[in-house]
Design a binder for this molecule. Sequence first.
Ligand code: GRF
Length: 212
Amino acid sequence: MDVVVLVSGRGSNLRAICNAIDAGTCDANIVGVVSDRKKAAALGFAQERGIPTRIVSLRKGDDRDAWNESLAEAVAALKPDLIVLAGFMRILGPPLLERFRGRIINVHPALLPSFAGHNGPQDALDGGVRISGCTVHIVDAGVDTGPILAQAAVPVLANDTADTLHARIQVQEHRLLPRVIHQIAIGAIALDPLSVSTPVADEAQSLTVPDA
Ligand code: GRF
């Protein structure tokens, strides 16, 4: 199964997928890494590993529709069977969602449907929950709203900060995401495009990162 990974930052999940592939526990082949940020550390790692990389950046004032088209073109040219969002901090638009309907997954640092959005660990602390975790779900046009495929629980400790909680959640992400990819590859998880709704994306919901 050929996979394209979309990243914006550090890329620890990308590394975890590669480690699982190397260990023989994830039956996938990463055919490309696409970033919206030139400075994403994940790109350096991918390049060192010989994985083709593409940058499709979106700066303030850029035409978002054109960016969505460029992103879809860049990803489609790599001919993936599955697209994995691993820390990709943008909402996907119709060009990519429609072309790969039901074949895009995301990892989120909270137990959805609670604490969607870009502050999952802090929101879980603010919400006073005793258990948080991570979720792998199919991507639709909403913010972390698509059908849930798998979750892992992480206890919230009394002295946790968002950073310490996120760090423990990431340990579970690094186990869960490669496992889900493997299960999709071997057909143990069947992605059903018909179950994916594509509500009209609200621009105001967009998760953005500072421009590089
Ligand atoms: C992860 O915590 C993931 O859940 C969230 O963004 C973070 C990405 O981390 N969507 P990394 O870039 O894979 O280290």
